[in-house]
Design a protein. Structure first.
Length: 353
């Protein structure tokens, strides 16, 4: 009796503790699962999601992904179902004929049919995912984009292919109109990709590639370089703003007449410190072609191709120590410029609209 009582005293609290521990672990597991699912699903939307399409090409890419996913799930369920069936079956061996038929159908015929169907669907979608007109241009509005370490040169072209104006690290396009992107690179291979609008296209030195995209709804989207191009590859992004047709035409007209404020003290310092050797500002003596064109720089959302928010503090910091922000950036360090001069130049650039 004593041994039994001792046994009861020993094990009853343990059972309670174990139940509490099990309950706590179950709650933690459930919470962890919910958090993990939230993190995973959060990437399915936003300005850089191929699963949140804002154009017909991106919609086809998303549809193809979902079809492939469903196909993969069907195959997986079939394989797992067959394994469970074999595991629950009586342990008598299969006949050679039955085993041969299972191998033939499940290992060859059914996979070939499913994969052929998925491949045929993908090939059928390809013309829509890579649309362009015969002969290349075909009257489409053209925007030339050149990927350079580690930024984007953007030129808006007229119907004859002449440059209307040049900017950098931002693209503005009309909604409901197909735009032809003329893609180039002067240094290494880059890859032009706007996940919300369509698939990617490589930019290869010595070659001109063309990609036609259409935005189906207004919004701001994010483009990236999808081909490793150097230490600051991950710091090479650009913004894409899709505007209604009337807003776009107004922006285009205003951008061609952007103010430069040639009498500014900041511009004088910009020229004095030699920034114009690499950079251009329309309507001024700054006509450099090596680095990004800084006209209307204050209207841009970021500094350094999506690296930092566009503030005077960040502009001044980038002027004095660019390699600290973007490793191996080709812009030399101007740490010898007095901090006050850098701040004056930053204020001038921020005021360019």
């Amino acid at each position: 009796m004593t041994g039994s009582s001792v046994s009861f005293v020993r094990f009853t609290p343990c059972r309670g503790a174990c139940r509490g521990t099990s309950s706590w672990r179950g709650s933690a597991l459930t919470a962890g699962t919910i958090i993990l699912q939230s993190v995973i699903l959060s990437s399915c939307s936003g300005v850089q999601s191929a699963l949140d399409p804002a154009g017909p090409e991106a919609s086809d890419v998303a549809t193809l992904f979902h079809v492939m996913l469903i196909g993969g799930v069907v195959i997986w369920l079939g394989v797992v179902g067959a394994l469970f069936h074999a595991g629950r079956r009586a342990r008598e061996p299969y006949s050679e004929r039955t085993a041969g038929l299972v191998i033939l159908w499940c290992g060859a015929i059914i996979p070939v049919i499913v994969l052929a169907a998925l491949l045929s669907y993908a090939v059928w979608l390809m013309p829509n995912m890579r649309p362009w007109s015969s002969g290349g241009e075909g009257g489409l509005r053209q925007i030339e984009v050149s990927g350079e370490q580690f930024w984007w040169r953007v030129r808006y072209l007229d119907p004859e292919g002449n440059v209307l104006f040049e900017t950098a690290n931002e693209v503005v396009m009309p909604v409901g109109e197909r735009v032809l992107f003329v893609l180039k690179s002067p240094d290494v291979i880059h890859s032009f990709w706007i996940p919300s609008l369509g698939g990617k296209m490589d930019m290869i030195p010595g070659r001109t590639n063309r990609l036609a995209l259409e935005a189906s709804k207004p919004g701001t989207y994010r483009g990236v370089c999808a081909e490793f191009c150097g230490p600051s590859h991950a710091l090479m992004a650009f913004s894409v703003e899709a505007l209604e047709r009337g807003e776009f035409e107004a922006w285009l007209s205003g951008r061609q007449n952007a103010a430069s404020n040639p009498g500014s003290q900041g511009l004088a310092l910009f020229l004095r410190h030699g920034c114009n050797a690499c950079h251009a500002i329309d309507g001024t003596d700054a006509r450099g072609t090596i680095g990004p064109n800084l006209s209307a720089f204050g209207a841009r959302g970021t500094v350094g191709a999506g690296t930092l928010p566009n503030t005077e503090e960040h502009i001044a910091r980038f002027i004095r120590h660019p390699s600290e922000i973007k490793p191996q950036a080709r812009m030399p360090s101007f740490g010898m410029i007095p901090e006050g001069d850098a701040e004056e130049i930053a204020a001038y650039l921020k005021g360019l609209k």
